[in-house]
Design a protein around this ligand. Structure first.
Ligand SMILES: *Cc1c(COP(=O)(O)O)cnc(C)c1O
Length: 466
């Protein structure tokens, strides 16, 4: 299995190179040359497998010789062993044909754990084999930082530095990062905004000498391996609901388009998925694209579902590549125009083709609170605001057959919104119950590239042995 760049100019690479590279050298994203397909009989054979065994079977065709099957199996089993539900991604029935797929049973209570717990171990495995170490840096406004820290803690081949805007992430989110005491984990509270943090990270990547000296790497959502690992829970849900006979619809709370794109990949692999419903908040660039064929950039506005407060959905490029018939040159031109004037438009037939798979819906904060309240009233449990956006989208769509909504975070991660909607403050699960008593460790730094670079350089160990 080789991987090609969506912009057609970068060399094709095997899985382990794609894992470590992130962005392609031509600015594009890596995708598999072809999607391996599972025939109906093969899907039948996957029914009833424990989650980790299923993950190995689904991922194996994408890995080529990058990893021995036995190594993949032990790494995946270890990744999911700590999840707090034996089913890993349990389905909860909400109505005759309505299901919730709970993706918050990992260490940091958001779906990002499902991919990152595996990807952190893949990094470590590949680097150890190469006798090499890296420095992972990243900026976070909340969920990604803690999931990345949990994935990289105690890994011999990795030092991780996460920048967050001081005083601007929720206390639960900050404590999930700063109470991790592993010696390879470094939290930097930056005196600035999230955008400042992102600019600092970009600044370090653009400083070629610094980048090479520290062997900088990132585990952000454009990493192909994250997408691949996320396809597994689509398989898990579809097989549990009796497919391959039935087509299943999914509703996905969407920001960077990584999660819903994983559903698209699963569909290309032969999984009977009929539609993918995209739930967005008031940052509705995807909604506008799928209703008009035009993508136009606007300013990001804060909402009750902050992980979806995004205007440029980086993984959308992967889908556009397929929509453009895998014409990398054409996509490169469209993306350059989009970067220049914030506008991209596809012809009517392409929009119609896209709407055979995707169905968009948009929800404002008021309707999000109403949905959380309605679920509590009708079903008797709490959902987080991101999940609520997708649930409302699922109800709006009135699809035929089973509809599975992805619950992307635990309600206790966003207690203020949940309490506002229901009057009930959700409590943290047992493994985090003492989060507010744990000791915190972080360093406050000014919003200054030279200061941040010096701090990291003094603590990273890119030349050491794993
Ligand atoms: C990251 C995140 C999302 C958005 O997922 P994408 O893959 O970026 O579309 C939705 N909900 C929660 C809770 C998240 O953390």
């Amino acid at each position: 299995m080789r991987y090609v760049s969506t912009r057609g100019e970068a060399p094709t690479l095997p899985f382990d190179e794609v894992l470590l590279t992130g962005l392609a050298r031509d600015g594009g994203l890596y995708v598999p040359e072809t999607f391996p397909r599972f025939a109906k009989a093969e899907l039948e054979g996957l029914k009833g497998l424990p989650y980790a065994d299923l993950a190995v079977r689904v991922m194996a065709p994408f890995l080529g010789d990058a990893l021995a099957k036995a190594d993949l199996a032990s790494l995946v089993h270890e990744a999911y062993a700590g999840f707090d539900d034996p089913d890993v991604a349990p389905l909860r029935q909400m109505g005759p044909d309505a299901w919730l797929l709970e993706l918050f049973h990992g260490p940091t209570l958001a779906f990002k754990d499902y991919a990152l717990q595996v990807v952190g171990r893949l990094f470590d495995h590949v680097l150890t084999a190469r006798k090499s170490r890296i420095t992972v840096i990243g900026a976070t406004s909340g969920d990604t930082g803690s999931a990345a820290i949990e994935a990289c803690r105690d890994r011999d081949a990795i030092d991780i530095f996460i920048l967050h805007p001081k005083g601007r992430v929720s206390e639960v989110q900050r404590r999930q990062m700063t109470t991790v005491t592993a010696s390879n984990v470094h939290n930097l509270a930056i005196e600035g905004t999230f955008d400042d943090c992102q600019d600092l990270v970009k600044g370090m990547f653009n400083d070629a000498a610094y980048r090479d000296a520290l062997k900088l790497s990132s585990v952000n959502s454009i990493n192909w391996a994250r997408i691949l690992v996320q396809t597994v829970y689509y398989f898990h849900a579809v097989l549990a609901l009796g497919a391959p006979e039935k087509g299943i619809t999914f509703a996905v709370p969407t920001g960077n388009f990584g999660n819903v794109y994983a559903g698209y990949v699963a569909k290309q692999m032969g999984l009977p998925i009929s539609r993918l419903i995209i739930g967005t908040n008031r940052n509705d660039i995807l909604y506008r694209f799928f209703t008009t064929g035009e993508m136009t950039l606007r300013a990001v506005e804060p909402s009750l579902s902050p992980a979806m407060d995004i205007q440029i959905s980086s993984n959308f490029e992967r889908y556009l590549f397929d929509l453009y018939g895998r014409d990398g040159a054409r996509l490169a031109k469209a993306m350059a125009n989009f970067r220049r004037d914030g506008h991209l438009e596809v012809e009517k037939p392409l929009l119609e083709q896209a709407l055979e798979t995707f169905l968009p819906h948009r929800l404002d904060d008021e309707a999000t609170l109403q949905t959380i309240a309605a679920v509590y009233r009708e079903n008797g449990f709490l959902v987080d605001p991101h999940t609520a956006v997708a649930l409302a989208a699922a109800r709006h769509a009135e699809a035929d057959g089973p509809v599975v909504t992805l619950a992307s975070a635990h309600p206790a991660k966003f207690p203020d919104a949940v309490e506002k909607a229901t009057g009930v403050r959700p409590s943290l699960p047992a493994h985090l119950a003492d989060l507010f008593e744990r000791e915190e460790r972080m360093t406050t730094l000014p919003n200054d590239l030279a200061a941040v670079e010096a701090h990291i350089q003094a603590r990273a160990n890119p030349g050491g042995a794993p």
